[in-house]
Design a protein around this ligand. Structure first.
Ligand SMILES: [Zn+2]
Length: 190
């Protein structure tokens, strides 16, 4: 296939999966229902993203979600990325986020990582090279909730790439503090 064909195939693939998820996925439908209850509309777009840093994003000003069609080719990863971004949209809709405040960002990133399913075991195994699986498994099982090490790591990565903190260490600190302050995990609207 030519590169133009690949681009077109990626786009059509992403659009078809999104369409199916909007119609059939229980969690996606639940979040959308919670948003639409307030007559709140959201645009979901499959686009080509430059660079390798992002899989998707939520734009609070435009009320839109972008899914990076060149990085997301499997239905499962599209589902998890879409759910992640929809959780940000839901938190935005609740009026809980000042997007320039790292503490608010940490809270919504923790929820998005936890509720999207991106920290389940299969997703983690795909991210880690095989020779590091024992390390990853040890880290996961050292915690009461075995997904927490992934949630903390991914939320810190997102807070750092938002540019609201000066270093990766600061991002990790802000996320850990937000995480420790939770009295119980807020799973709304799921
Ligand atoms: Zn996020």
């Amino acid at each position: 296939m030519s590169s133009g064909d690949v681009r077109l195939a990626n786009h059509l693939n992403c659009v078809a999966y999104v369409k199916r998820l909007l119609k059939k996925d229980r969690d996606v439908k639940k979040i959308l229902r919670a948003l639409k209850g307030e007559n709140w509309d959201i645009a979901i777009r499959c686009l080509r993203c430059e660079g390798d840093a992002f899989r998707g994003g939520y734009d609070s000003r435009e009320k839109s979600i972008v899914l990076c069609e060149n990085h997301l080719q499997r239905e499962d990863t599209i589902r998890k990325t879409l759910k992640h971004e929809l959780i940000h949209a839901f938190d935005d809709d609740r009026g809980e986020i000042d997007w320039d405040n790292p503490r608010d960002l940490a809270r919504t990133e923790i929820r998005a990582s936890r509720l999207s399913g991106e920290c389940d075991l299969m997703s983690e195994m795909r991210r880690w090279s095989v020779h590091r699986w024992p390390e990853m498994l040890r880290e996961r099982w050292a915690r009461k909730n075995w997904e927490d090490s992934c949630v903390l790591r991914r939320a810190a990565g997102s807070v750092f790439s938002s540019g609201t903190v000066g270093s990766k260490e600061e991002a990790a600190r802000v996320v850990k503090r937000a995480f420790d302050m939770e009295t119980s995990a807020d799973r709304s609207p799921l």
